[in-house]
Design a protein around this ligand. Structure first.
Ligand code: GDP
Length: 480
């Protein structure tokens, strides 16, 4: 295996097989160039069409991005509250920083794909920490929304009831006739899990037509809504050309957009070199327990152990012998655990310390942090969360928890089909404890169930073969 510390320079042709643009200063974002040395192989290949689409997006971003003439003009119209489709040929989608970090990574990728499909420019609300976590993905012009953007002070207040939301505009019939265009200077898209039937019309062709001419769309969401974009007929052909392989949509968008900043890259690379790089096999176990109560829970621990042993991810222990001689060359397995709590890690580590494995394999168990509870507003907390998702993505085999976007990010970036631990019910370990995912894609937790043409409910998990219900949430949708 290559020693990542030895190489600092990766040739430009190696920029993930042209997925990434050239022209960045290497030192300002080392992960962009070095991450390939930490992975087994490069990310899976993007279609030539996606690559050319990304290059044209970058050109559009350069033309319309913050502080360009076009941007200044469009913002001026927004300030004066007039609708104008003529002064500038740039249209925008503004992503509001909202929810936990795993959620934010998935929604940012969703917003970007929506921008690609609708020829909009993506601008990113920096929240408390976006620039501290991610390098700029587009060359030359920033993706960060300027601090003096006139609507920023409204972002926190936007919610399901906001008058400017698409759903409420539909209700108040501001569309005039429904086939016409919305002549609003901006529209707020409420795609948070509590959205209602009118908000969900966002996923209908006709409504996409109404939104087409609006210069500013402001989006708040905590969901990976890409699976439902695949169900919008007018996007279908384009999506198929961009992603002939539907299972790697987030994988590719993620590798294109999300490069850890140097401070986060330090956390990742040091940890990897100190604890993981020398192991023959790296196993990731991501534990996210949504129940409250004193941790660790016995049933969760039982579930982790029965899953990893049954699926041959970790070897069994020998209860009877104090020492088991190596049966061949000793293989080493490094287990990277992540959890808000310390308890599961201690139990697993002790188990493999107190007993030998039946195979003679040597098991080392590590957990980088135990932050105890979610602290979304704290900078160092989110740096660690990002580093841990990334470290999990560098493993060879991954076990994740149901419903967790933290795990989805890890599996997606890693290109791994994880074993998903079923959600425990009534304080008992589920049987079977886990199953391997159908695909590496994240799950959309709150999809619409509506047939826009027939104007009635429909099972959207049953419309096309590549959009199915998720393994860990029966009503969710994922690409396979
Ligand atoms: P989800 O709630 O599991 O879908 O994931 P999110 O990332 O959206 O929100 C959970 C947040 O809790 C994370 O962003 C972290 O702030 C924190 N968190 C949860 N699990 C872990 C963990 O294993 N390690 C660390 N460092 N933070 C965690």
């Amino acid at each position: 295996q290559e020693d990542p510390t030895q190489s600092v320079h990766v040739s430009k042709t190696q920029l993930l097989d042209d997925l990434l643009p050239s022209g960045f200063d290497e030192k300002s974002c080392l992960s962009r160039y070095q991450s390939v040395l930490y992975r087994r192989g490069t990310p899976r290949r993007a279609s030539p069409y996606l690559i050319s689409k990304l290059r044209s997006y970058e050109a559009l971003h350069k033309k319309c991005g913050p502080h360009t003439d076009s941007y200044n003009k469009t913002v001026k119209d927004l300030k004066s509250g007039i609708y104008s489709s003529t002064t500038s040929d740039c249209k925008y989608i503004v992503w509001i920083s909202f929810s936990g970090l795993g959620n934010r990574i998935l929604t940012l990728a969703s917003a970007f794909l929506y921008a690609l499909l609708t020829d909009r420019v993506l601008l990113v609300d920096r929240g408390v920490d976006i620039p501290d976590l991610f390098c700029e993905p587009f060359p030359e012009v920033s993706w960060l929304l300027p601090l003096d953007f006139p609507l920023t002070n409204k972002f926190n207040g936007f919610n399901q009831k906001s008058q400017e939301s698409y759903g409420n505009l539909v209700k108040s019939d501001s569309l005039g006739n429904l086939t016409g265009s919305l002549l609003q200077p901006y529209v707020y898209l409420h795609l948070v899990h509590d959205y209602d039937d009118q908000d969900k019309l966002f996923f209908c062709d006709q409504d996409q037509t109404s939104l087409q001419k609006t210069p500013w769309l402001i989006m708040k969401t905590d969901n990976y809504f890409i699976p439902s974009l695949f169900l919008i007929p007018s996007f279908e052909q384009e999506l198929h050309s961009l992603f002939p392989d539907k299972e790697i949509v987030f994988h590719l968008l993620g590798h294109y957009l999300f490069h850890p900043t140097n401070s986060v890259w330090g956390l990742i690379s040091r940890y990897h070199q100190a604890y993981l790089s020398r192991a023959d096999v790296k196993v990731g176990i991501q534990i996210r327990v949504f129940d409250t109560g004193p941790c660790p829970f016995k049933h969760v621990l039982d579930q982790i152990l029965s899953c990893t042993i049954k699926e041959d991810i970790l070897p069994q222990i020998n209860q009877h012998e104090p020492v088991v001689g190596p049966t061949g060359p000793q293989k080493s397995i490094a287990v990277l655990m992540t959890s808000l709590n310390w308890g599961y890690f201690e139990e697993v580590r002790n188990l493999y310390w107190e007993h030998p494995t039946v195979t003679g394999e040597v098991i080392s168990v590590y957990q980088p942090s135990h932050e105890e509870y979610q602290q979304t507003e704290k900078q160092n907390h989110n740096r660690k969360a990002w580093a841990e998702m990334y470290l999990l993505s560098l493993t060879d085999k991954l076990v994740t928890s149901s419903w967790s976007t933290f795990g989805y990010v890890a599996q997606g970036l890693g290109g791994l089909k994880p074993w998903i631990l079923y959600k425990p019910e009534n304080q008992t370990a589920p049987d079977p404890p886990c199953r391997q995912a159908m695909s590496i894609e994240p799950c959309f937790h709150a999809p619409p169930f509506y047939d826009c043409k027939l104007r009635k409910g429909v099972d959207t998990g049953n419309v096309v073969p590549h959009v199915k219900h998720c393994e860990d949430m029966s009503w969710g949708l994922k690409l396979v």
